[in-house]
Design a protein around this ligand. Structure first.
Ligand SMILES: [Zn+2]
Length: 434
């Protein structure tokens, strides 16, 4: 069987895996069930498998949920069929998984990255939504795979299988990185800091859809990643009786509301694109009480690391000065962050060559801007800093609803395209360097 036939033979498995992950979605740092399945399959295929703190550096994780939440999800994963032995090794929100093939033959070091987390969103129950019709919609209320990471994880396991079929042809070292907590830009840094990008000559990551919405189209390299910072903010004032002693209160609600409006008034920047969004604001306890506490979740973005830094510094200045206006205190915490990045243009010809052999790819776009944020940039930057090359691909597929929306779904044929293309790229890199 040639490679394309081997991928076709995997189709049912890939679809089943994707649907299983879709049915049991897990958000950042609680991907226990997903990670346990990934670890077990890699282990069965004979990969060296690394989990827990070996796979992702504990202190470098951002936005990890409280211990009680982690424990709840550890228990849930086991009740939903995860192997308790793997869960034991992932405890405390250590859900990164790495599978490694060391061939013992001289050759390049390759790393591929697949993200595994879902979104905090309740999936649509509309009868025309395919996961509902075909019986694989999310069983976890409030959590849904609305970005396609269920597909990415299935593709990663497909690639693992194909490379295993071709072990004899491999040289150098291959690292498959299954990353937690991409949403909110919280997870990639932990895998970088655990050392998995050290010495990497070639790195590839990718996403389904986004700026490529036609099946058969692939984008060889993505640029224009928006740098981003995610902030949690807490204002603390003093409660008082709103009728009898309003002057004794210090109003955290007004400080937060003032900050919120002025954040949106940060000056545009002549250097390029900037964004700001306050996505959540909560304050107060009751109608007749001066609010003593307010919390906000916000994010800044910029076309470059510098532009985002400008937005972040301006935001912090406004947050702190709004507190001063109302004589309340302000604490803020960075719960996610990612710089900007560029794919290596040198890899475009190689990716084109790999895709040209595929019967199901009819359009190869050299480069396109992502126009969003992706914490894969930590990995891309680390590889390039050491002289390696890195590219982020897009695998075209139509989608039923936008990314992060409740009717999100995609054409599962793209699972075959992603799997075959990445496997072909790995084999080509080795031919050129072996
Ligand atoms: Zn995504």
């Amino acid at each position: 069987m040639n490679l394309s036939q081997q991928v076709q033979a995997l189709k049912e498995q890939l679809v089943q895996l994707r649907r299983d992950f879709h049915e049991f979605p897990e958000s950042g740092w609680v991907e226990y069930r997903t990670a346990a399945i990934v670890a077990e399959q890699l282990h069965q295929l004979g990969y060296h498998v690394y989990v827990g703190e070996e796979a992702g550096k504990s202190e470098s994780r951002m936005g990890v949920p409280p211990a009680a939440v982690l424990q709840l999800h550890e228990t849930r994963a086991v009740s939903e069929g995860a192997d308790p032995a793997w869960i034991e090794r992932m405890k405390g929100g250590h859900t990164a998984v790495v599978g490694v093939i060391r061939t013992g033959k001289p050759g390049p070091v390759l790393a591929l990255r697949f993200d595994m987390d879902a979104n905090d969103l309740t999936e649509s129950a509309k009868p025309e939504h395919r996961p509902v019709t075909e019986g694989f919609s999310s069983q976890h209320k409030g959590t849904m795979h609305a970005c396609g990471h269920d597909g990415h994880t299935a593709i990663g396991l497909g690639v693992a299988r194909l490379l295993n079929n071709h072990r004899d042809a491999l040289c150098g070292e291959i690292r498959l990185l299954f990353q937690p907590a991409e949403e909110g830009s919280r997870g990639a840094k932990a895998m970088v800091d655990a050392g998995w990008l050290e010495g990497v000559d070639y790195f590839f990551g990718g996403h389904i859809a986004f700026q490529s919405k036609r099946l058969g189209e692939i984008v060889a390299s993505t640029n224009g990643f928006l740098a981003t910072t995610k902030l949690n903010v807490e204002y603390t004032g003093k409660a008082s009786h709103a009728g009898a002693a309003p002057e004794e209160g210090r109003n955290a609600l007004l400080a937060a509301a003032t900050a919120c409006l002025h954040l949106n008034g940060i000056s545009r920047h002549s250097g390029g694109a900037t964004r700001i969004n306050v996505g959540r604001l909560e304050a107060g306890t009751g109608r007749n009480i001066v609010a003593n506490r307010a919390t906000m979740q916000l994010e800044t973005r910029g076309g470059t690391t510098e532009l985002n830094e400008y937005m972040k510094q301006e935001a912090i200045r406004i947050l702190e000065h709004a507190a001063m206006m109302y004589n309340v205190s302000c604490e803020w915490e960075i719960v996610g962050e990612a710089p900007g990045a560029q794919s290596s243009p040198e890899l475009i010809p190689l990716i084109r060559q790999a895709a040209e052999h595929m019967g199901n790819v009819d359009a190869i776009v050299p480069s396109r801007d992502l126009g969003g944020s992706e914490d894969v940039v930590y990995m891309i930057n680390r590889v390039q800093e050491q002289g390696g090359q890195a590219s982020y691909l897009l695998f075209g597929t139509p989608i039923d609803d936008g990314h992060h929306q409740e009717c999100f779904d995609f054409d599962e044929e793209v699972l075959l395209i992603g799997t075959e293309l990445l496997a072909r790229i790995v084999l080509l890199c080795q031919e050129e360097n072996g």
